[in-house]
Design a protein around this ligand. Structure first.
Ligand code: GLN
Length: 196
């Protein structure tokens, strides 16, 4: 199983490490050309959504990634990656890939609670470590969006079809629950297409 990891900026190396631990292969996506390699899923890491959105446009990667997602390729966005996928961002006029029916609030925890750590249950799988860094949270979900984790009454993980988002950074902790969940999504999608 091969997962394309967007490597323009942010916490991509940690995602690659988690994928390798689970036996998946990571391919680094730094240009439009890299998107032509065969891959079974995509990871959009945390970082800075405005910077990543600008780089995606400047490098002509925005539209091809949008097309892959629309045609059903599983995608996992963490933190800034969640903002790239959100159809609406409450406190930002910019939209990026905008393929997922969620509304997000950017830097939603404010300055004082900019970064924090907690444990909470994820997708009914028991508690997992959750590291938040200047994180967004989800304020509204559209049809077909399943809420996977809630912290202090705020939605911090959700799924819509083949799109998975977390407001926290699962790649920064050794726990591989969320990456394993995503690889399961990828595996089901490959089976549905008769590819394994
Ligand atoms: N605050 C960042 C943004 O708005 C996201 C932070 C992160 O990815 N850790 O893009």
């Amino acid at each position: 199983m091969t997962i394309g990891v967007l490597c323009l900026q942010g916490a991509f190396a940690e995602h690659e490490a988690r994928l390798q631990e689970l036996g998946a292969q990571a391919v680094e996506l730094r240009s439009a050309e890299d998107l032509q390699q065969p891959m079974d899923g995509l990871i959009l890491p945390g970082g800075e959504s405005t910077t990543m959105g600008k780089l995606l446009r400047d490098l002509d990667m925005l539209q091809p990634i949008q097309e892959k997602i629309r045609s059903g390729m599983p995608v996992f966005g963490t933190c800034a990656g969640l903002l790239l996928l959100a159809e609406q961002i409450e406190n930002d006029s910019r939209r990026h890939l905008a393929t997922m029916s969620i509304t997000a609030s950017r830097n939603a925890y404010g300055r004082q609670l900019g970064s924090f750590f907690t444990r909470q249950s994820f997708a009914g799988n028991g508690e997992i470590p959750m590291t938040f860094i200047r994180a967004p949270y989800i304020t509204q979900v559209g049809d077909g969006v399943e809420v996977l984790a809630v912290v202090d009454g705020k939605i911090v993980a959700a799924r819509q079809g083949n799109q998975l988002v977390t407001a926290f950074h699962p790649e920064l902790n050794p726990d591989t629950t969320v990456h394993a969940y995503f690889l399961q999504m990828v595996s089901h999608s490959m089976q549905a297409e008769g590819r394994n």
